[in-house]
Design a protein around this ligand. Structure first.
Ligand code: RET
Length: 268
């Protein structure tokens, strides 16, 4: 198969170990979100549920990605390089994963900021997120750089819409939050921009010199790092916001089953 470069032992193992690490991170994050869910006020528990779903879906896909990677290369006869086995590495796992998790990630943020008034913004952002992923896929699997550029460009349109909406649409909602909470929300939004901005950059790496072994390895490692930050790291931030807001609403985090006085917000 032309277009599948030979890898050194180091290159193959690097990707292999990153997949393994990412799988473990998603698995651990899942346990964390499930255990933390009862420690936030009931109105924020859907956000924690969504965090758990995101890392569960991602964990499953990383397991499949990990297997697919192992199956798509074999050691050459000399034992000093990995060559294509004939079974193509399945990039679709990653895109199906994004299709399911990216709309949930957007919804999580909106739900934690304003659990009451969320319908329309969630719907339009989740739709845009799905569109972004679908439009990116034909470019991702193409070895032709022109095709990659065209689909990448189309995918960037809904991407910009999301970024713009999160800047303007959430601005108003943030005004109504207390000082500590709005700092947390601002940081979470920053984390979202920084990590999401990383994906199109990783996507563009092959433009530097085609799908070489180096580009292929960098793309896989880059997506792993971005996924751990954008799913597990971001979920922890969402938890921090939910916990802070629960406290501000009078809940005692340690004894969540018995809220003190929900009616009277406790001062700090
Ligand atoms: C957990 C997975 C996440 C948060 C994935 C996010 C993915 C993106 C923001 C992807 C964006 C892309 C573009 C803006 C253009 C090129 C194609 C994509 C799909 C890599």
């Amino acid at each position: 198969m032309p277009g599948v470069p030979e890898l050194t032992l180091f290159e193959f193992d690097l990707v292999y170990n990153f997949f393994s690490f990412t799988f473990a991170s998603m698995f651990a994050a899942f346990i964390f979100f499930v255990l933390s869910r009862p420690q936030v006020a009931p109105q924020y528990r859907s956000a924690l549920t969504m965090s758990a779903l995101v890392v569960a879906v991602a964990g499953y896909h990383y397991f499949r990605i990990f297997e697919s990677w192992g199956a798509s290369y074999v050691l050459n006869e000399a034992g000093d390089a990995y060559i294509f086995s004939g079974a193509l590495f399945n990039d679709a796992y990653r895109y199906i994963d994004w299709l399911l998790t990216v709309p949930l990630l957007v919804a999580e943020l909106i739900y934690v900021i304003n659990p009451k008034n969320k319908g329309r913004l969630t719907f339009s952002l989740a739709t845009a997120a799905a569109l972004m992923v679908i439009l990116g896929y034909p470019g991702e699997i193409s070895a032709d750089m022109g095709t990659r550029a065209v689909w990448g460009f189309l995918s960037t349109i809904p991407f910009i819409y999301i970024v713009w909406q999160l800047f303007t649409g959430l601005g108003d909602a943030m005004q109504e939050q207390g000082e500590e909470v709005s700092v947390l929300i601002r940081n979470t939004r920053l984390l979202l921009f920084a990590t999401w901005g990383f994906y199109p950059i990783v996507y563009m790496l092959p433009f530097l010199g085609g799908m070489t072994a180096g580009a292929l390895v960098a793309v896989q490692v880059g997506y792993c790092i971005a996924d751990v930050a954008a799913k597990a790291g971001y979920g922890v931030m969402i938890y921090a916001i939910a916990a802070k807001k629960s406290e501000a609403a009078g809940y005692d985090i340690a004894t969540m089953s018995q809220p003190q006085s929900v009616a009277a917000p406790a001062g700090d």
